[in-house]
Design a protein around this ligand. Structure first.
Ligand code: NAP
Length: 242
């Protein structure tokens, strides 16, 4: 069984990626933090389309929980390789730096950046043994450009971009690629409070993107044919910034 692990697969971009991975033939490990109902819906949609997978609840900011859940799954499934890892789980908690609380900084860094490290390190062992792997990290325009009000989020996403490029060079000769996708404004729960009418005027494409459009780019980088593309950051932002 060839598996794809998608963190934050219950909603938004992660949900679309799960469905796309299933369409590529992968058994999908649908990770989520707390929204079990949404995660079940993702899995139901995978199965409706003829795919398969399972739910995997753990908090990517909790290293002990990752070891207990993902680590134990890996131990018990030595025949089932995780070929594709999509580090998608993420949160934002915006505010100007001068007013930013320690907790806002810590939670955003822990979930986005530490989560990437803890999950990837665990999954990497199997990929190195099999000499094959596709790692795709969901970063952000904010990590490339820096956005005011998001010093925590921009730092976390920029950190993942640096780690993507470094890890890509560490594992390239082992058949493992490491890339990132950097969405601009995508219609999901995360962007719900934003003034879409006003913001879309700034976007050359004059609209927000969809989760499916991000999933399409992830699928491209996760495909076996993309073996010579690594250490790359692919923007999906309607021309907003690149
Ligand atoms: P979303 O709709 O808010 O969904 C977030 C997903 O991440 C949910 O499945 C959630 O699980 C999961 N999650 C959050 N914290 C987690 C944790 N600690 N452990 C495990 N799972 C966790 O967000 P989205 O817009 O789809 O964003 C997905 C990714 O794209 C994020 O990394 C985000 O930074 C990035 N991004 C989004 C945009 C955008 O415009 N939407 C732009 C650039 C980058 P539960 O359902 O269990 O809460």
């Amino acid at each position: 069984m060839k598996c794809a692990l998608v963190t934050g697969g219950s909603r938004g971009i992660g949900k679309s990626i799960c469905i796309k991975m299933a369409a590529m033939g992968y058994y999908v490990l649908v990770n989520y933090k707390g929204n079990e109902e949404a995660a079940k819906q993702t899995l139901a949609q995978i199965k409706e389309k003829g795919g398969n997978g399972e739910l995997m609840r753990f908090d990517v900011s909790d290293r002990e929980e990752i070891k207990k859940v993902l680590g134990v799954w890996i131990e018990n499934n030595s025949d089932n390789a995780i070929e594709v890892l999509v580090n998608n789980a993420g949160i934002k908690d915006d505010g100007l730096m001068i007013f930013m609380k320690d907790e806002q900084w810590d939670s955003v860094l822990k979930t986005n950046l530490d989560g990437f490290f803890q999950v990837t390190r665990l999954v990497l062992h199997g990929m190195l043994t099999k000499k094959y792997g596709r790692i795709v990290n969901v970063v952000s325009l904010s990590g490339l450009k820096g956005l005011p009000g998001q010093t925590n989020y921009s730092a976390a996403k920029a950190g993942i971009i640096g780690a993507t490029k470094a890890l890509a060079q560490e594992v390239a000769r082992k058949g493992i690629t490491v890339n990132a996708v950097a969405p601009g404004f995508i219609k999901t729960d995360m962007t719900e409070g934003l003034n879409e009418k006003e913001l879309q005027m700034l976007i050359p494409a004059k609209r927000f993107g969809t989760a499916d459009e991000v999933a399409h780019a992830v699928a491209f980088l996760a495909s076996p044919e993309s073996g010579y593309i690594t250490a790359h950051v692919l923007s999906i932002n309607g021309g907003l910034y690149s």
